[in-house]
Ligand binder design. Structure first.
Ligand SMILES: *Cc1c(COP(=O)(O)O)cnc(C)c1O
Length: 356
C-alpha cells in the first residue's frame, strides 16, 4: 500500500488508535483555544508577538541567543544547512538520519551543498574517528568541510552525550560548526532527566519539532547565534517560509512547550510496557534496551507481516507496514495513545500471532 492509499483508507473507518507516528496527534481543545486567542501581527515585519514569544521561549530553553519559527522540521534543517554552508561546501551527517534520508535531498538540490553521510553506531552517534577522517584537508580536490550534523533522539534512542560532545569538539577544533536535528530532543530531555540546554550546550544550532510528541499541528523552531538566525531568516524567505499572522500557529507551539513536555514520560512508560508485553509473545523480536523513549522497533516472522496492517485496521488500530530488508515494524506512543490502546494493540498482536 502506498502512502496515498493509506490516506484514502484511513477515512473509511475512524481508527481508535494510530501507532504509526507521534505526528498523528490532533490539537486538543485547550490548544485550539490558545490558537483562537493568539495575539498576531505580520511576522515578516517582525510584528507578531506570539511568534516572538515562542522564539524567545525556545531559545531560552535551549540556551541559545535567538530562535526562528518555521513551518516544519524539514524546513528548519534546510534553512540551517543553507545558513551554515554555501555551494560546494560539505556537511557531514549520518546514514539513516532524517536529514540524509527523508528530506528529499534538499541541501544538494537547493543549496548545492554536498552531503557526506557516515554510518552511525546503532545508538545513533557518529563515530569520532570517522568524523575526524571525513573532514577534508584544504585541497582543491575536495569540497570544503563546513558542518557536522547530529540527531537526538535517533530512532527513539537517546544518543550518548559523551559521544556527542566528543564529535562536537573534533568539529570545532577543525573550525566546522555543529547542527543538531533535535526534532525529538524533548524526549531525550525527559528520558535522561537533563535539561535541554545541557544536552545542546556543545551544539551551535538546534532544530526542535513542535509537531511530534509535543502535539502541535505544525511547526519547528531553529535556534542558534543571532547572526546565524539572520542568515536563516533569509533562507526561510527563499524557501517560501516567511509567514504573516503566524502567531495563530506559534500559539500551539507555545502551548506545547508549556504543557506537553513533562507528559512525554507517559509515552515513554507506555512504550516500555507495550514492548515488554510484545516481547513475551512467540515470534516477536524486540531489543528492549533500545526502547528508551516513545518508539518500539520489532520484527515478527516475515510470513506473518501480511496482511497484518489491514487486519489491525479492521480492529481500529493503525500500524505501519514493516519496512526494509529486515521487515522491521515501528510502533510509536504519543499524546493520543492511552493505556486501553496499548492493551488493544498488545492483544491484537497476541491473537494474530497465535492464529496461524
Ligand atoms: C520529523 C522529523 C524531522 C522533520 O520534521 P517535519 O516537520 O516532518 O518536516 C526532522 N528530523 C527528525 C529526526 C524527525 O523525526
Amino acid at each position: 500500500m502506498n502512502q496515498y492509499a493509506a490516506i484514502r483508507s484511513s477515512s473509511e473507518t475512524a481508527p481508535i488508535a494510530d501507532f504509526r507516528s507521534d505526528t498523528v496527534t490532533r490539537p486538543s481543545a485547550d490548544m485550539r483555544q490558545a490558537m483562537a486567542e493568539a495575539e498576531v501581527g505580520d511576522d515578516v515585519y517582525g510584528d507578531d508577538p506570539t511568534v516572538r514569544a515562542l522564539e524567545e521561549k525556545a531559545a531560552d530553553l535551549l540556551g541559545k541567543p535567538a530562535g526562528m519559527f518555521v513551518a516544519s522540521g524539514t524546513q528548519s534543517n534546510l534553512a540551517a544547512l543553507l545558513a551554515h554552508c554555501g555551494r560546494g561546501e560539505e556537511y557531514i551527517g549520518g546514514v539513516g538520519y532524517h536529514i540524509a534520508k527523508y528530506e528529499a535531498g534538499g541541501a544538494a538540490v537547493l543549496g548545492g551543498i554536498s552531503p557526506r553521510h557516515l554510518t552511525p553506531q546503532a545508538n545513533g552517534a557518529l563515530n569520532p574517528d570517522d568524523v575526524r577522517d571525513a573532514i577534508n584537508p584544504d585541497d582543491s580536490h575536495f569540497a570544503i568541510s563546513r558542518l557536522v550534523c547530529m540527531e537526538n533522539t535517533f530512532n527513539g534512542q537517546v544518543v550518548d552525550q559523551a559521544q556527542i560532545e566528543e564529535v562536537a569538539t573534533i568539529a570545532h577544533d577543525h573550525e566546522l560548526s555543529v547542527h543538531l536535528d533535535g526534532a525529538r530532543l524533548m524526549n531525550a530531555v525527559v528520558a535522561s532527566n537533563r535539561s535541554a540546554a545541557e544536552l545542546v550546550e556543545h551544539m551551535d544550532t538546534v532544530s526542535l519539532c513542535l509537531s511530534k510528541g509535543l502535539g502541535a499541528p505544525v511547526g519547528s523552531v531553529l535556534c542558534g547565534p543571532t547572526d546565524f538566525i539572520i542568515r536563516a531568516k533569509r533562507a526561510r524567505k527563499m524557501l517560501g517560509g516567511g509567514l504573516r499572522q503566524s502567531g495563530v500557529l506559534a500559539a500551539c507551539g507555545l502551548y506545547a512547550l508549556e504543557n506537553n513536555v513533562r507528559r512525554l514520560a507517559d509515552d515513554h512508560a507506555r512504550a516500555k510496557q507495550l514492548a515488554e508485553r510484545l516481547s513475551q509473545l512467540d515470534g516477536v523480536e524486540i531489543d528492549l534496551a533500545s526502547v528508551e523513549t516513545n518508539m518500539i522497533w520489532l520484527k515478527i516472522p516475515a510470513e506473518r507481516t501480511v496482511p497484518l496492517s489491514a487486519h489491525m485496521r479492521e480492529l481500529g488500530l493503525v500500524v505501519s507496514e514493516p519496512s526494509g530488508r529486515d521487515r522491521v515494524m515501528r510502533l510509536v506512543c504519543h499524546l493520543d495513545i492511552d493505556d486501553s490502546h496499548v492493551d488493544s494493540v498488545a492483544n491484537a498482536f497476541a491473537d494474530w500471532l497465535a492464529s496461524s
